[in-house]
Write a protein that binds this ligand. Structure first.
Ligand code: ZN
Length: 394
């Protein structure tokens, strides 16, 4: 698993920076592809809607916002526009924005767009959203700070803008904490996928105690191709991605790949749940557990993965559990075995020690325990001990 800290721009000054600027995105194996982990920013809270126009009138001085409408050119860019009139020359314009995330901490970025000081000003700034790896549905909080030559300042209220993929006409199905968005296929198609999502939540809650604490949005693209058009990353990547820090999942599911789609939703949704349950600045989950839980929520192990596990057992070519704590191999066959083993190890722990122990284990990881410490505390053996017990069970 790779952690990437994100976002720097020479023309940008950060005026607040709290904790981390790093986060994770899980991209998971599907159709012989290997997982990818991408970068992004951090958290904020939903904030009240602003009024359209705010006046400052100190005698003869005033500043009016005539308009402020961000424009999306999904997925390439997001342009913030503002039109201002003032009794005096506008001398200073700042845009502050912050990506709204559900887990990691918060960064506010300040931009000073170019403009000519006049009484009536149009200013704009375009954000290259490809560099930020913004998923569809990402929420951005922003506000303007304007100063005029009389020394008056205007600070607009924080506004939330949703970076939607407006190239498609999205339908929405809501059930509990899950919002499913799709544009191709009938209501039954969406209901099938929603059923898979709800079933995965139930399985994970029952067998690990992990629950979805915040709303998850699942964007169903009509094909892997459509999804690729929506998410322009430099890396090769897969048919499903969980943007865990945003509470957003994107998947390309054509009607002919419904059963794959249901498994993938279960898988990615579990990454969201586990991330929400275990998030803290210190926590670090071993990859075998993270992927193992996601595979467990999918249901039975896929046939080809089962074969790869059987083969490795008979050839004595299993990976040690310790070697599965970090990044999985890039080689497709080795990656398949890594996933199959992760599933097997996780099932071993759940079946032999129960859901309460698994729940406890997630809690210990949240406190920042190392892999060995966490296993020792909950089960009384470390990673090597688990390796021996698990292999004995095969
Ligand atoms: Zn995964």
């Amino acid at each position: 698993m790779k952690r990437v800290s994100a976002h720097s721009h020479p023309a940008i000054s950060y005026f607040i920076m709290v904790l981390l600027v790093s986060s994770l995105v899980f991209g998971c194996q599907s159709d012989n592809e290997t997982p990818r982990h991408l970068d992004s920013l951090s958290e904020a809270q939903l904030l009240p809607k602003p009024s359209e126009t705010v006046d400052i009138d100190t005698g003869t001085s005033f500043i009016n916002i005539l308009s402020s409408n961000p424009q999306t050119n999904f997925p390439e860019s997001l342009t913030f526009n503002v039109e201002i009139e003032s009794s005096h020359e506008i001398t200073d314009i700042e845009l502050q924005y912050q990506i709204n995330k559900v887990t990691t901490a918060s960064v506010i970025t300040t931009i000073t767009p170019d403009f000519t000081p006049e009484n009536h000003v149009l200013a704009s700034w375009t954000w290259d959203t490809r560099k930020a790896s913004l998923p569809p549905g990402a929420e951005i909080n922003y506000q303007w700070l304007i100063t005029n030559a009389a020394g008056d300042e205007l600070e607009t209220e924080l506004t939330t803008f949703v970076f939607e993929d407006s190239r498609h006409s999205w339908n929405e199905l809501v059930e509990g904490n899950i919002r499913l968005l799709w544009y191709k296929g009938d209501a039954d198609f969406a209901q099938e996928l929603m059923g898979a999502a709800q079933a995965a939540l139930e399985t994970i809650a029952q067998d690990t105690g992990a629950i979805l604490e915040r709303t998850a949005r699942i964007y169903i693209y009509a094909s892997t191709r459509d999804l690729q058009d929506a998410l322009i990353f430099p890396q090769e990547w897969t048919g499903g991605l969980a943007f865990t820090d945003y509470g957003i999942i994107t998947i390309g599911i054509s009607p002919s790949s419904l059963s794959w789609g249901k498994k993938t939703i279960a898988h990615e949704l579990t990454h969201l749940v586990v991330r929400q349950m275990t998030y803290s600045p210190l926590s670090d989950l071993p990859t075998w557990l993270n992927e193992g839980l996601a595979m467990y929520a999918e249901g039975d192990l896929r046939g080809d993965l089962e074969d790869s596990l059987e083969k490795a057992i008979s050839n004595d070519t299993l990976f040690s559990i310790r070697s599965l704590g970090g990044s999985f191999p890039a080689d497709p066959d080795e990656a398949s075995l890594a996933y199959a083993q992760s599933y097997s190890i996780t099932v071993f722990l759940i079946n032999n020690y129960g859901s309460e122990k698994m729940s406890e284990l997630l809690g210990v990881f949240k406190r920042g325990a190392s892999y060995d410490e966490a296993l020792l505390e909950v089960f009384g053996f470390d990673v090597d001990g688990l390796n021996i017990k698990w292999r004995d069970s095969l």
